[in-house]
Design a protein around this ligand. Structure first.
Ligand SMILES: Cc1cc2nc3c(=O)[nH]c(=O)nc-3n(C[C@H](O)[C@H](O)[C@H](O)COP(=O)(O)OP(=O)(O)OC[C@H]3O[C@@H](n4cnc5c(N)ncnc54)[C@H](O)[C@@H]3O)c2cc1C
Length: 461
């Protein structure tokens, strides 16, 4: 293999050599890890190729606001190409990475049936994590997760759609099923979803219906763990729980989901008894599984995988025997590093620094150290919990801090401005500007699944 990066198009076997004597860095993923890495490499003497399966950078922490009609998807998902447009040493390729060959130093990606092979000298893998249904993949059909824009828009359609269907329901039982919302997983995403659905029902939709009282909707937050927000500690967990209960959310802890279908959730209670909860709308906010690319890398390098499928990286975030391959963010297993944006961002900046030092002939840095800047979760408008170092607090101040930090991390000035406007509409008033939903958003995912394994969209040639 020459030093040239080679792009091969599988269908016609065309090869497009790109002669460049510069160091070639391939980045997989346009999330917090991938994008912050690419930007940190802007002043280096290297060519960066960022490959991701979505054309946007997704600000996952605000997905729940897209799902509940506060924000539009565009506000939390700016185009990666636009963000990197002025960075001359970076280019963007849209495609699903299907293979990494650490021996040949190539990455294979696919877009609409067309295969592209990109060669690298250094590789940064930040492909994140998906939802885990703990071995019950079939639950996904009726309980979407919260990982992508598709998920958030499907949930938006399901949530608003449930109220519409309840308005014309013919029996109390049917109305009850439609107006019961079950959120599985009482971590930050579950707590935020439960709080928002409760607020949506009791504030936004209060005057909109004639046959039903949206405020009578049941919102159930359940978790197999014995506490809410376990990673925030007992004090903040209790604070969040009591705030949710004040809002009418039913919190069911030490309660395990054993089955799930279109119209219900079956749970095992702490006393061992089994119970069926009639509920049409379910949200799955429990469990993550690392990108399958972690498994591929583990097989080729001998690195271990943890229970969530994350790859065990070395202290400098590289893989054994492969100092040119860095893995950061949600798909890397690192002691005391939770699956949060700051871990991905700091890991990305560390990896960029290490590669720049190599290029400049400077000595390498010591092992990566995560600096914990704290964590936060909102419960409702004007109420959040924050854990920052020794300080743990909940309420309005925590919410203001949450607001400031989230605005600071949203990429792009215009996205910040429109987000602030939408927040004013929703938090100061009752409205939600983003209530539009379509049939395709709700039904397309399952329809595509029904087409089976062999289904793969291709471009006409
Ligand atoms: C609903 C939700 C709420 C959250 N809230 C918070 C919060 O409040 N605070 C916080 O700090 N963290 C929060 N997190 C966690 C945070 O978003 C993640 O830790 C962070 O996004 C991890 O960054 P990453 O770069 O590792 O992965 P991601 O940001 O997930 O990016 C992965 C990228 O890889 C791409 N990709 C994946 N597989 C492939 C493939 N095969 N080929 C090509 N591209 C691929 C994806 O398209 C994406 O661009 C939340 C996460 C979720 C889901």
């Amino acid at each position: 293999m020459s030093r040239d990066s080679v792009v091969m198009l599988k269908e016609d076997h065309k090869e497009v050599p790109q002669t460049s004597p510069r160091h070639r860095v391939v980045v997989i993923g346009s999330g917090f890890g991938g994008l912050f890495f690419a930007r940190a490499m802007r002043r280096t003497d290297a060519d960066i190729t960022l490959i991701a399966r979505t054309s946007h950078h997704l600000f996952q922490p605000l997905l729940y606001q897209v799902a509940t009609g506060i924000l539009s998807q565009g506000e939390i998902a700016p185009a990666t190409r636009e963000i990197l447009a002025r960075q001359k040493n970076a280019r963007v390729i849209l495609g699903d990475v299907t293979g990494i060959d650490v021996g040949a130093r190539t990455v294979t990606s696919e877009l609409l049936g067309q295969q592209v092979v990109t060669a690298y000298d250094s590789l940064l893998v930040a492909a994140g994590a998906g939802q885990s249904y703990f071995g019950n993949a079939h639950f996904a059909r009726h309980a979407p997760g919260m990982k992508s824009i598709d998920d958030a828009l499907e949930l938006r359609g399901r949530i608003f759609g449930a109220f519409e269907a309840a308005e014309i329901a013919e029996s109390e039982a049917e109305r009850g099923r439609l107006l019961t919302f079950v959120i599985v997983g009482a971590g930050p995403t579950g707590v935020e979803m439960a709080g928002q659905i409760a607020e949506l029902a009791s504030r936004t939709l209060k005057r909109d219906f004639r046959s039903i009282d949206p405020g009578a909707a049941r919102v159930i937050l359940l978790d197999a763990a014995p506490a809410v927000l376990t990673s925030f500690g007992e004090k903040l967990g209790d604070h969040a729980r009591s705030r949710l209960e004040k809002m009418g959310v039913e919190v069911m802890l030490a309660t395990m989901v054993t089955d799930l279908d279109a119209a219900s959730v079956t749970v095992r209670d702490p006393d061992g008894g089994s119970r069926r909860i009639a509920a049409v709308t379910k949200v799955w906010a429990a469990g993550v599984a690392a990108s399958p690319l972690a498994g591929q890398l583990a097989e080729q390098t001998g690195a271990g995988l943890d229970r969530a499928g994350r790859i065990e990286v070395q202290g400098d975030l590289t893989l054994p025997g492969h100092p040119e391959v860095f893995v950061v963010g949600d798909m890397a297993a690192l002691k005391d590093c939770p699956g949060v944006a700051q871990v991905a961002i700091q890991g990305a900046r560390y990896a960029a620094d290490q590669i720049s030092r190599r290029l400049d002939g400077q000595p390498a840095r010591g092992p990566f150290k995560y600096s914990d800047k704290g964590s936060m979760a909102t419960i409702s408008r004007f109420s959040a919990v924050a854990s920052i170092g020794r300080f743990q607090f909940g309420g309005f101040i925590a919410w203001l801090l949450w607001l400031a930090i989230h605005i600071a991390y949203i990429v792009g000035f215009k996205h910040r401005v429109t987000t602030l406007l939408h927040w004013a509409v929703s938090f100061l008033g009752r409205g939600r500007a983003e209530r539009a939903t379509t049939e395709q958003q709700v039904f397309a995912r399952n329809a595509i699944d029904d087409l089976g394994e062999g289904y793969s969209p291709t471009l006409p040639r």
